[in-house]
Design a protein around this ligand. Sequence first.
Ligand code: CMP
Length: 136
Amino acid sequence: MSNIQKTLSIIKPDAVERNLQDQIKQDFINNGFEIIKEKKIHISKEEAESFYKVHESKPFYNDLCTYLSSGPIIVMSLQKDNAVMDNRKLMGATNPTEAEEGTLRKKYGISIDKNSVHGSDSSENAKIELDFFFKN
Ligand code: CMP
């Protein structure tokens, strides 16, 4: 049975800065994702804090929000069968040094902070995160 889902993907500042967005978008397309919506934006620290609120109590929260607001990002709505889990598989482990060969974070990530891409971790969070960036 098919399970068509949408998920939020962010191409983070480190990847946009290195001009990797077309390559990363092609990786998504090659892996069966359809890019339904996309926009290039530069968010404020306050917006980053709101987006990553779930990590508020973590020691890395402040640096994470400073980083996500440090330069332009590409936010995308990706669609395919099992998009949420398939995107997480394609991204690989959070820390690029632990990510499997062929995954986006292994290919492009620099560090646990500069790990090139973000993806929603559940279908519930995908709805919340897509609304965050794409609700009018
Ligand atoms: P992301 O999937 O965008 O979700 C939260 C981000 O916090 C994560 O990717 C990492 O880039 C960043 N981060 C920094 N330090 C840690 C850590 N120790 N554990 C998990 N995520 C971390």
